[in-house]
Design a protein around this ligand. Structure first.
Ligand SMILES: *Cc1c(COP(=O)(O)O)cnc(C)c1O
Length: 473
């Protein structure tokens, strides 16, 4: 892989940067001014070709199916980018005053309202920059809620199928994590929950539907059990794509939740960002939301006067461009369209599960929601999940999420999303069956796959132990 620095040749670029005469006096301290910068000397065409080439080496949703379970890698309608690139939005400075920023505030206010409608929550804050950030913000709210009530509660309950960010957010806020096992159906084990529940429990954090792609059939019972002990019920909303427009988290008994705008409501987010993780709360938790909240009187304004608020958790107002894309996506689909998203996502996952379950182990093989989990049990010649995942790239598919959730050994978590056509699902299933045949007939090939990609199999252990993080190392 070449970096742009390899095209450097002194004097190759013909641009000249005029001497800077606009800096007056000591605006920049003398000690920090430099005569020479290590800029690369490359021509414009070098730059364009280099980055165009790099962009084609990567795999993305625009290249092929990306069934990365729990991440909801759906196709991103291009209209979202068109709207996000409108100069009226893109060029607006975050410090714009309220009077001239009414259009941006209008969009944010409407998005807050739409999220309230979709989830049934009373208020939303758009500030958190990701799902994990939404979790952290929510746990801070939970903490402040009980402090304000004068109750000492120091435990949060988390099922063993949870995403790693859940216990991390909880621990960062100084709570103790108590893990609740799943039962043999993949639901929360109610007996274990009963045993763990006491007056020290502040809340339970549950992903709904859960990371096995299953809707917990006891959800209302769990909510009752928590509420009867004065605890709160938190929804990790990363899997909202499965139920959006069909059922509202508030009706499942949740008091507080985050939504991953970059999953359920599109926005390209491979490689870690950007994202937005707005949080919604029932009325009694609303006073604790972070500032600012967008409110409306004769015009839109930013409300900072919230005495019980946990304070500010992001500079300015959050990731505005992600909000714009989510807003556009929701407006384009409307409520019928959103319901359709959930129905197709669930239908696609069950179609694929049914096709694969005769050839691969499906540990919790029942009607699933938007995703399902298979494992590597019984694959010939000891071929592993990792080897199947790498070989899929040779057939033009991104790998599913692997080795998660942790409660399934050798897990492959497949989320086709609503945007894939049946032909693509069939092609994916065919590729999986071909790989299974290869595992029997040519295991050596699987061990060195992928063999057709620009970057071949990476030595993951070496990459973790001796990471090279600088281009000129
Ligand atoms: C993606 C995900 C998260 C974390 O969200 P980020 O936006 O990546 O921070 C939390 N829980 C579940 C179940 C997820 O899938």
């Amino acid at each position: 892989m070449q970096t742009i620095f390899l095209f450097h040749k002194k004097g190759k670029n013909k641009y000249s940067i005029p001497a800077c005469d606009s800096i007056q006096g000591d605006e920049i301290p003398r000690s920090m001014l430099r005569d020479d910068l290590t800029l690369v000397d490359v021509s414009e065409v070098d730059v364009v070709r280099h980055y165009r080439k790099l962009s084609s080496l990567n795999f993305g949703v625009d290249n092929g199916m990306y069934p990365l379970g729990s991440c909801t890698m759906k196709y991103n309608p291009k209209i979202n980018d068109v709207v996000a690139m409108l100069p009226q939005f893109a060029m607006q400075h975050p410090a714009t005053i309220e009077e001239t920023g009414q259009g941006a505030l209008h969009m944010m206010y409407q998005l807050q309202q739409m999220l309230c409608q979709i989830t049934g929550m009373h208020n939303f804050s758009l500030s958190p920059a990701a799902g994990a950030h939404g979790e952290l913000t929510s746990v801070m709210i939970i903490k402040k809620y009980f402090e304000t009530k004068g109750e000492k509660r120091n435990i949060l309950l988390i099922p063993d199928s949870a995403h790693g960010t859940n216990p991390a957010s909880v621990a960062m806020c100084g709570f103790e994590v108590k893990e609740i096992p799943s039962d043999s159906d993949g639901d929360v084990d109610l007996t274990k929950l009963e045993d763990a529940l006491n007056e020290h429990v502040a809340a339970m954090m549950l992903t709904s539907p859960n990371t096995l792609g299953l809707f917990d059939r006891n959800i209302l019972k769990i909510a009752d059990m928590l509420h009867s002990k004065g605890a709160l019920f938190y929804c990790d909303g990363a899997n909202l794509n499965a139920v959006v427009g069909k059922v509202r988290p508030v009706d499942m008994g949740f008091d507080i939740m985050h939504v991953n705008l970059h999953k359920t409501f599109s926005t390209p987010h491979g490689g870690g960002g950007p994202g937005a993780g707005p949080i919604g709360v029932v009325e009694k938790l609303a006073p604790f939301l972070p500032v600012p909240i967008i409110e409306k009187a004769d015009r839109y304004y930013l409300q900072y006067n919230r005495p019980l608020s946990i304070g500010r958790i992001h500079s300015f107002f959050g990731n505005f461009m992600v909000m714009l894309r989510a807003y556009t996506y929701i407006m384009m689909l409307g409520s019928d369209g959103l319901r359709n998203v959930a129905e197709h996502a669930v239908c696609n996952a069950n179609y694929l599960r049914t096709k694969l379950c005769n050839h691969f182990q499906v540990p919790y093989n029942r009607i699933c929601m938007h995703e399902f989990v298979i494992n590597d049990e019984g694959l010939p010649n000891g071929i592993t999940t990792n080897e199947v995942a790498k070989r899929l790239l040779d057939y033009g598919f991104h790998a599913p999420t692997v080795y998660f959730p942790l409660i399934v050994h050798g897990a492959m978590m497949i989320e086709p999303t609503e945007t894939e056509h049946r032909d693509t699902l069939d092609a994916f299933a065919d590729a999986m069956l071909t790989i299974k045949k290869e595992a029997a007939q040519n295991p050596a090939l699987l061990k060195k796959a992928p063999v057709t990609t620009p970057v071949r199999k990476v030595d993951a252990v070496l990459a973790a132990r001796k990471p090279v993080l600088k281009w000129d190392d």
